[in-house]
Design a protein around this ligand. Structure first.
Ligand SMILES: [Zn+2]
Length: 86
């Protein structure tokens, strides 16, 4: 099975695309949303900020928004890009 990569934190946090569509990323708290992924500069869809902004926040705070800092966790081994090369 191919894991799905979170577009915000870049870890492979979703077990499958079905999982991604209904779950929030546990590492950065981004809600997987293909509408937003196609338009990363626009605040659109399920998240309340743009994907580009969320990625900046993840680098700064370790979460897609500062208010989610306490709710995220470290990535698991199986979620690291090095373990999910295509
Ligand atoms: Zn994520």
């Amino acid at each position: 099975m191919v894991r799905v990569q979170c577009p915000c934190c870049d870890y492979f946090t979703f077990d499958s695309i079905e999982d991604a569509l209904f779950e929030i990323c546990e590492v950065c708290f981004w809600q997987y949303d293909e509408v937003a992924h196609d338009r990363p500069k626009v605040n659109i869809g399920a998240n309340h900020i743009s994907l580009d902004h969320a990625r900046e926040n993840y680098k700064k705070y370790g979460a897609c928004e500062e208010r989610f800092k306490a709710m995220v966790r470290m990535p698991l081994n199986e979620e690291l890009p090095i373990n999910n090369l295509k």
